[in-house]
Design a binder for this molecule. Structure first.
Ligand SMILES: Cc1cc2nc3c(=O)[nH]c(=O)nc-3n(C[C@H](O)[C@H](O)[C@H](O)COP(=O)(O)OP(=O)(O)OC[C@H]3O[C@@H](n4cnc5c(N)ncnc54)[C@H](O)[C@@H]3O)c2cc1C
Length: 501
């Protein structure tokens, strides 16, 4: 397996800066001995070994420590936060390369941030959105009846409204803790979202709207997803008292893109790790988990942790890259063979000012073309510089996996000029984060399920195997795929482990 250090100069730089940022946040995380085969490995004995220092693993550690248990968090990278990362900018400040937005009903990430003193601010949403379709730019207001739904033709809007209502209605019939038990689970899990859309989003412009919503939410094409999985994801976009809706997934105001974190989202895991001190071990990719009698040996590069219980808090395809002795049950292993990461990158261009605001635009684009089909104004709260963030998603991301940074930059800036004019051609700096090429993530934002996976393998998602427990956003019943889901999964797994210890 390629280590992150071998991966690319860009990533080494980020890892280093991540450490610097962690130090700035007051973290005292240790680094495992990774100097080479001659270096002596260290050992630790704890109650619970936690694999993965993302929001899920760190939250689990927080709750276990609060309950008086000893823990060690083994994190493969040289930084905490996983899919949440602050990327430093040449002129100072940071921008986010992974998860950044939160919104209503994402109560657990909000509570965690509040507890750590990380403030939020509203995503810039003043002015008009921009629809770019069939080579034509249409700015449109988002405070009307349609909200942020792009103004395609009337027939398309009517069709899309019916499709959206149908999806929400079907999602209400999906139990978030066991989607595979829905009355129509078999019917919904034997078709792709694409085939369902083809039968229901019959007006081409409605199909366009749903396709864009799909790639924006999942960074996957509709043909890659089971309908049941999509319905579960919609159902999960709420909390215990508020059912999920498609609109909450797609909206900025009132939806999952409503708020951002002052100082960048990675401040949350960095500050959380700081409270855990040297219980967090960086540069410690876990290779094997071995059961011996009633204990487990969790072996990472440079450190072995023995523990009564293990929490694996990494995305399912990454969990599948660890060697388990004894073997995991087939149902669990085959599940993780069938939950690939979607495909995503983020491209952020920095300008002296958020110049699009003066043109009455809020920086949010929906487009039917280019490598970037959705954008956001990612400027800091004081707008001391302008930042345009675009997602590179699904097929477009895969096309560029092997491309050099200059090629990607040229393609992205070409799109930004199409949407925002010539001023977009000359950013003062440009930051790229390509998750498909990250050794310890391998895509994003989330693992996705094709037809047949949830109904055949779903029950293995959270079911502990002996003393091994599973966490990570993919195991959450609310806001699966989001930072909130990661925090919820950490809280759930900590309770599960405490009950078992
Ligand atoms: C481009 C992008 C945009 C996103 N946008 C949003 C958003 O706006 N809002 C939102 O809420 N969510 C968003 N997300 C999703 C969000 O970031 C994730 O849901 C969340 O961060 C997942 O946290 P986690 O702890 O479950 O997993 P991760 O963050 O993946 O943490 C797992 C950790 O395990 C480590 N690891 C992996 N393998 C090993 C191993 N063998 N040994 C030790 N450690 C290992 C990894 O390095 C990582 O640190 C986005 C994600 C991406 C990629």
């Amino acid at each position: 397996m390629a280590s992150e250090r071998q991966h690319s100069p860009g990533m080494s730089r980020r890892a280093l800066l991540g450490r610097t940022a962690a130090a700035a946040a007051g973290a005292t995380a240790l680094t495992a001995t990774t100097a080479g085969p001659a270096a002596a490995a260290t050992t630790r004995d704890v109650d619970v070994a936690i694999v993965g220092g993302g929001l899920a693993g760190l939250t689990a550690a927080r709750d276990l420590v609060a309950a008086g248990r000893t823990v060690a968090v083994l994190e493969a990278r040289g930084r905490v936060g996983g899919r949440v990362v602050n990327l430093p900018l040449a002129g100072g400040g940071v921008t986010e390369g992974g998860g950044e937005f939160i919104g209503p009903t994402q109560d657990r990430i909000k509570a965690l941030a509040d507890s750590l003193g990380v403030a939020t601010f509203a995503t810039y949403n003043t002015g008009k959105n921009l629809l770019y379709k069939d080579g034509k730019k249409t700015p449109y207001a988002t405070d009307g009846l349609l909200g942020s739904v792009p103004p395609v033709d009337v027939a398309g809007l009517a069709n899309a409204a019916i499709v959206q209502a149908s999806l929400d209605d079907m999602a209400k019939q999906v139990p978030v803790d066991a989607p595979w038990t829905a009355a129509k689970a078999a019917e919904w899990d034997k078709q792709t979202f694409e085939s369902w859309l083809n039968a229901n989003a019959v007006v081409p412009s409605a199909k366009f709207l749903l396709d864009v919503a799909c790639t924006s939410i999942f960074s996957a094409e509709p043909r890659e997803l089971s309908l049941l999985f999509v319905l579960f994801y919609i159902a999960a976009a709420g909390n215990e008292s508020t059912p999920g809706t498609l609109e909450r997934l797609t909206e900025t105001a009132g939806g999952a893109q409503e708020l951002r974190f002052v100082g960048g989202s990675q401040l949350v895991p960095q500050k959380l790790a700081a409270t855990l001190g040297d219980r967090v071990v960086l540069n410690a990719p876990v290779r094997t988990i071995t059961r011996s009698g009633g204990r487990y040996a969790v072996t990472a590069d440079g450190v072995t942790v023995t523990a009564r219980r293990v929490v694996v808090a990494v995305p399912p395809p990454l969990a599948a890259r660890i060697t388990y002795d004894p073997l995991l049950p087939a149902a669990r292993d085959q599940l993780t063979q069938r939950l690939p990461m979607a495909s995503v990158g983020k491209a952020i261009a920095i300008y002296d000012t958020p110049f699009w605001r003066a043109d009455g635009l809020n920086g949010q684009v929906v487009s039917d073309t280019g490598v970037i089909s959705s954008t956001f104004d990612n400027s800091p709260p004081d707008a001391s510089y302008g930042a345009l963030m675009g997602f590179i998603e699904a097929d477009e991301a895969r096309k560029l996996d092997a491309a050099g940074e200059a090629e990607v930059r040229a393609a992205v800036l070409k799109d930004y000029v199409t949407y925002f004019g010539e001023k977009a051609a000359s950013p003062t700096s440009f930051v790229l984060q390509r998750w498909n090429n990250e050794a310890y993530t391998r895509g994003g934002p989330v693992s996705i399920a094709a037809p047949g996976v949830l109904t055949q393998y779903g029950p293995a998602l959270r079911e502990p195997v002996g003393g091994i427990h599973w966490a990570g956003t993919e195991t959450s019943v609310h806001w699966m795929g989001f930072m909130d889901g990661a925090v919820r999964s950490g809280e759930r797994v900590a309770k599960e482990v405490l009950a078992a210890l």
